[in-house]
Design a protein around this ligand. Structure first.
Ligand SMILES: Nc1nc2c(ncn2[C@@H]2O[C@H](COP(=O)(O)OP(=O)(O)O)[C@@H](O)[C@H]2O)c(=O)[nH]1
Ligand SMILES: [Mg+2]
Ligand SMILES: [Zn+2]
Length: 370
């Protein structure tokens, strides 16, 4: 590392990016990287600094047709920079090295949504003081393996437990089953005591880009603050029900003091990993298939007339115990979906108030907050 690293190196410019850029050299554009997206606007980083990014018309049209063509946090892009305005037009998304989508490739016809692009490693974060939800971990692992990035299991809050062994032994069979021969390094760490943090240095050095995924409250933002050396990201106290409060509401690419880059992601709720229509686990696939024949689309399989699931249970095709678990799952998914809608509405309302306040305070405000 030289004393004055190339400004692009600061953004994680690597061989892949250089190769992808070769086709665009001479277009009159400059390379940049997407650092954040909020409500249709982007923050992009380039050698010359930070700019508010907008999509060029052609890219906007392409992205409307195909979600994978939309710039995502982490993407390298070709920019037309208007330095005086502090803005940049995003013309092209460069071919991606890796892409983490919330839906593993090949599952269903609905559009995938990009969580992060061009990351080298994905930290799947789980706290040691909680029993692992294997279904969720499996899903995180599956989308990571599909991304092309290297999966890393980060077991946080080691200071809260005597030993990591119970969680490790619960998770090992899952890793063997889902990752097979693919190595998945496991790190036991604590952002409070500092335990295990040294082992992570390789992931946060230039030109590495790492994304953190995991439910809210597992300690993603706290770990990133350790890496940043300051309390830059909002972290959440845990509520009684174990769910995080002040969660990250958007993805953001951050440059770390050690030269690497990191992308914080919202918890899985905000990520929409558990949409009711996509997340019925394999174990209930047979019941889900029967439920297709229920009279009402939003049937809870409890008291509705024309419920095919209740009929199947009465006929003895579905065991009462499994029916019970299935009902609970359906209720959980419905309440998650409702929470998500409420949160999105509240966020939108808050953002509107904020931008109005900013407008009255300073009409020339760049309005880049979110
Ligand atoms: N004891 C302990 N608490 C932690 C640790 N890391 C995070 N926390 C706490 O866990 C809560 C959620 O952390 P946060 O980083 O906001 O989680 P996120 O939602 O995944 O970003 C906060 O109250 C943190 O202080 C840790 O290593 N040990
Ligand atoms: Mg967070
Ligand atoms: Zn039903």
């Amino acid at each position: 590392m030289s004393d004055a690293p190339d400004p692009l190196a600061r953004l994680g410019w690597d061989e892949h990016a250089a190769g992808a850029w070769a086709a665009h050299r001479g277009d009159g554009n400059l390379p940049g990287r997407v650092a954040a997206e909020h409500r249709g606007g982007y923050v992009v980083l380039a050698a010359a600094g930070e700019f508010r990014g907008e999509l060029a018309g052609r890219l906007r049209k392409a992205a409307a047709k195909d979600a994978m063509q939309k710039p995502a946090v982490g993407d390298w892009v070709a920019l037309d920079i208007h330095a005086a305005l502090g803005t940049a037009t995003i013309h092209t998304v460069l071919p991606r090295k890796t892409v983490l989508t919330r839906r593993a490739a090949g599952r269903g016809a609905a559009a995938p949504q990009i969580v992060a692009a061009d990351v080298d490693s994905v930290f799947i974060v789980h706290p040691l003081d909680q029993a692992p939800n294997l279904r969720r971990l499996e899903r995180y692992l599956a989308i990571t393996l599909a991304s092309g990035a290297a999966p890393v299991l980060a077991l946080t809050k080691a200071d809260l437990v005597e030993t990591a062994e119970p969680v490790l032994s619960a998770i090992r069979p899952l890793l063997a089953r889902v990752a097979g021969e693919r190595p998945v390094p496991i790190h036991v760490l604590s952002s409070v005591s500092g335990q295990g943090l040294d082992e992570l240095d390789a992931y946060i050095a230039r030109p590495q880009t790492t994304a953190l995924i995991g439910a809210s409250g597992v300690g993603k933002s706290t770990l990133i603050n350790r890496w940043l050396g300051e309390e830059r990201l909002l972290t959440g106290e845990l509520r009684d029900d174990g769910k995080g409060r002040h969660t990250t509401t958007h993805r953001e690419l951050l440059v770390l003091p050690r030269g690497g880059l990191v992308i914080d992601t919202p918890g899985m709720r905000e990520l929409g990993l558990w949409n009711a229509d996509e997340s019925v686990p394999e174990a209930f696939a047979d019941i889900a298939a029967v439920a297709e024949n229920c009279r009402f689309r939003d049937c809870t399989h409890a008291h509705e007339p024309g419920c095919a699931v209740v009929a199947a249970a009465a006929a003895g095709t579905i065991e009462p115990e499994r029916l019970d678990s299935y009902r609970k799952l359906v209720a959980e998914l419905a309440s998650l979906a409702k929470d998500r809608e409420t949160a999105a509405r509240n966020r939108a309302r808050k953002a509107d108030h904020r931008s109005l306040r900013a407008f009255y305070r300073d009409p020339r405000s760049r309005g880049q907050g979110d």
